[in-house]
Design a protein around this ligand. Sequence first.
Ligand SMILES: Nc1ncnc2c1ncn2[C@@H]1O[C@H](COP(=O)(O)OP(=O)(O)OP(=O)(O)O)[C@@H](O)[C@H]1O
Ligand SMILES: O=C(O)C1=C[C@@H](O)[C@@H](O)[C@H](O)C1
Ligand SMILES: [Mg+2]
Length: 202
Amino acid sequence: MNDSLRANPAVAVDVSCHGQAPDAPAAGGGRPIFLVGMMGAGKTTIGRHLAKALNREFVDLDLALESRCGVPVAVIFEIEGEEGFRRRESQLLDQYSQQQGIVLATGGGAVLAEQNRGMLKERGVVVYLRATSEELYQRVARDRQRPLLQTDDPRARVAQLLAQREPLYEEVATLAFDTGSTPISQAVQDLVALLEQHEHAR
Ligand SMILES: Nc1ncnc2c1ncn2[C@@H]1O[C@H](COP(=O)(O)OP(=O)(O)OP(=O)(O)O)[C@@H](O)[C@H]1O
Ligand SMILES: O=C(O)C1=C[C@@H](O)[C@@H](O)[C@H](O)C1
Ligand SMILES: [Mg+2]
């Protein structure tokens, strides 16, 4: 974020989020695959490799939003609060979830809005990347940027968010996949096989 944006946040938010999100992939290539799950579930990491393995375009909703707004997610939270962030997240999800042939890594809280859950369920194959609270915490503990973990007890916060959201991830999921302690490369291979099985069963 440049200094003038920080000096005048109202202007920054008003004018900075109208850019074209980059990497808009071409249409075609089958129903979109949506990755949902908690922060640290591996949506970004696994999603990028999965897209490569399936020869699909990869879109990360958080990164697309950051590119469009020109500021990190944490700054959008800081300026507009969670509510403002969620509004922008829903708008972008609506746009990208209509894109055929992509792997879309959603944000961890994208399932909170009922409207978003409807889009996910109707428009693509939804994979819930699952991990335990402790695994999730271990993966994100060193990252100081995550706005929802700016608390005295981030471990408890992860547990609380998981407890709140688990039913929502399960509600939207076509398939669930345990990321657990599986190395990322193995997880990607297993996920490709699971998706193929699912396609054959349809
Ligand atoms: N299966 C896994 N095993 C071990 N580490 C993992 C695994 N999946 C992800 N990680 C690590 O956890 C960290 C967070 O992963 P990642 O950023 O992909 O999560 P995310 O689901 O995209 O989270 P967010 O919702 O915050 O964007 C990264 O350092 C990544 O390398
Ligand atoms: O779990 C969440 O609510 C979030 C996860 C990230 O992907 C970002 O979308 C943001 O930090 C909020
Ligand atoms: Mg991510």
